[in-house]
Design a protein around this ligand. Structure first.
Ligand code: ZN
Length: 91
């Protein structure tokens, strides 16, 4: 059990509030107090901890998949294929 946020009452934040703050938390947009309260809540509440972990993984997987697919499809497209498409679209 971590005690770094022991000064903060984890019940200051409800599970519903935690869900509404999670995007800002992951984007580092929360104030220090909001962030500490959020941290205290997920230390205290296993449901929200699991929710946060799954949510963060889902976002990371989503962003990674999108970024990789998009980048690869652009970078790996050979010049002659691009030219062929350009030619075909002119006809
Ligand atoms: Zn909770």
């Amino acid at each position: 059990m971590k005690n770094k946020n022991s000064a903060i009452d984890p019940t200051e934040m409800t599970c519903q509030e935690m869900e509404s703050f999670i995007d800002d938390y992951l984007d580092n947009k929360l104030s220090d107090l909001q962030r500490d309260t959020f941290d205290a809540h997920i230390d205290y509440c296993p449901d929200c901890f699991n929710f946060m972990v799954n949510y963060r993984n889902a976002i990371r997987l989503g962003k990674t998949a999108y970024a990789d697919d998009y980048k690869d499809s652009c970078e790996k497209m050979p010049d002659n294929l691009v030219e062929a498409i350009m030619q075909a679209s002119k006809k």
